[in-house]
Ligand binder design. Structure first.
Ligand SMILES: *Cc1c(COP(=O)(O)O)cnc(C)c1O
Length: 466
């Protein structure tokens, strides 16, 4: 499989190169040049496959040429065999024809494990063959950091440095990062806020001179194609479990960076019958405003009780725009230039937006409504939603087109990770799942550093393996 940039002015790359690259050199995002297509009969023939084998069917075409077929299956068996639920991505019914797809049975209790567990192992596989070592650097306010650390802890060729704002991450989330054992794992608590940590990471990618030897930085945020690829699988899995592909499904996806929902769009392009894809956002609603009013305008970031969806810009949306603009890289470069200038309100061509509206519905959910849905669903079923998932359920109920089509909301995290929202909804904190019961007693490892780029660079250079 070859990959091309959404801005049309960067070299075509293989999967292996894309995995190690991040942003394209023209500033665009890499997308597969051709999307594999399957007939209903082919998809139906996958019905009885366990998760890891279905994952191989979906993922292999995207890595072909870079990863050997058997090696991929070994990696996937190891990843999904490590989940705490045998079905990996089980469905929970919450009403007639309405479901939550539980994506929080991985080691860090959020859907990001699906992709980052795989990504870490693929990286190590590729680096081993190339005799290279890399450094992962990222900033996190929670979910991404812990999932990336868990995903790379066994990697021999990867050192990982995750920056979080000191004292500003919940105890469960911090401990999920700082208690993971491994000589290649470094938690840096920055004396500053999340934005300062993120700015330092961005500046480091721009100037990698501080790294030792031939080492390069690798990005593990959702601009990395390998993450999207792994997330396509659970759309197929859930559909097949509810009678797909012979009947269509609808999905509601709590989203910030448009990563998880882009994976749903990919599943549809590959041939899975999806009747409706709902973009569910919190009050950081840049996508909902664009979809409903055709006005793209970046507002200041708001901090909400759904922190994993707190974004000002939605980076993966560019991948969808590329298709809406008929894969015209030059047109997209021009459009993204205007959108990133953040000066004027930008509108899409009406005809392009009309295409998007056929594919997607959107809805923005307030904090009060998020809490209310958590209470309602608990009263109706005894099931406690995490606040991000609650946003998905609310958006699903508000935008549903056809009650006869199963509506599946992606359950993106376990509620135990989000104490503020659970308490605000009036619930006691649920127990930690069995594989994490001793989390509060485990030993923590972290280094506190000032919000100073030079200090961080010195630290990384010192700690990187020889
Ligand atoms: C990361 C995350 C999201 C948002 O996912 P995107 O791919 O960025 O849209 C939603 N919910 C939870 C719990 C997350 O961790």
């Amino acid at each position: 499989m070859k990959y091309i940039s959404t801005r049309g002015n960067a070299p075509e790359l293989t999967f292996e190169e894309v995995l190690l690259t991040g942003l394209a050199e023209d500033g665009g995002l890499y997308v597969p040049k051709d999307v594999p297509q399957y007939t209903l009969a082919e998809i139906e023939s996958w019905r009885d496959l366990p998760y890891a084998e279905l994952a191989h069917k979906v993922i292999y075409p995207f890595v072909e040429g870079s990863v050997d077929s058997e090696a991929l299956q070994t990696i996937l068996n190891e990843v999904y065999g490590g989940f705490a639920h045998k079905a990996v991505a089980p469905l929970q019914q919450i009403d007639h024809n309405e479901y939550v797809l539980e994506l929080f049975h991985g080691p860090t209790l959020a859907f990001k494990d699906f992709a980052l567990q795989t990504l870490g192992r693929l990286l190590d596989y590729v680096l081993e063959r190339r005799h290279e070592k890399v450094v992962i650097m990222g900033a996190t306010s929670g979910d991404t950091g812990s999932a990336a650390i868990e995903g790379t802890k066994a990697c021999k060729n990867v050192d990982i440095f995750i920056l979080h704002p000191h004292g500003k991450v919940s105890e469960v989330q911090r401990r999920q990062m700082t208690t993971v054992k491994g000589d290649n794992i470094f938690n840096i608590a920055i004396e500053g806020n999340f934005d300062q940590a993120q700015d330092m990471v961005k500046a480091s990618f721009g100037n990698q001179g501080f790294l030792k030897g031939e080492r390069k930085l690798v990005a593990v945020n959702s601009i990395n194609w390998a993450r999207i690829m792994s997330q396509i699988v659970y759309y197929f899995y859930s559909s097949l479990n509810l009678g797909g592909p012979l009947r269509p499904m609808a999905y509601s996806v709590p989203t910030g960076n448009f990563g998880d929902i882009f994976a749903g769009y990919m599943a549809k392009k590959m041939g899975l019958p999806i009747d409706q894809l709902v973009i569910a956002t919190n009050s950081n609603d840049v996508l909902h405003r664009l979809m409903s009013k055709n006005q793209y305008e970046v507002h200041p970031l708001q901090h909400t009780i759904t922190p994993s969806m707190d974004i000002a810009v939605s980076s993966n949306f560019e991948r969808l725009l590329f298709d809406l603009y008929d894969r015209d890289g030059a047109a997209l470069a021009e459009l993204m230039g205007r959108m990133n200038a953040k000066k004027d309100v930008v509108s899409l061509d009406e005809e392009k937006l009309a295409k998007a509206r056929v594919l997607f519905d959107s809805f923005a959910v307030s904090e009060d409504d998020t809490v209310k849905v958590m209470q309602d669903v608990f009263a109706e079923t005894g099931y406690l939603l995490d606040p991000h998932t609650a946003i998905g359920v609310k958006a699903a109920r508000e935008t549903r087109r056809n009650n006869n089509i199963p509506m599946i909301t992606l359950g993106t995290a376990h509620p135990v990770k989000f104490e503020d929202a659970v308490k605000r909804a009036g619930f006691d904190m649920p127990n930690l799942p069995h594989h994490l019961t001793d989390l509060m007693d485990r030993e923590e490892r972290l280094d506190v550093l000032p919000a100073d780029l030079e200090a961080v660079h010195k630290f990384i250079a010192q700690k990187t393996f020889k």
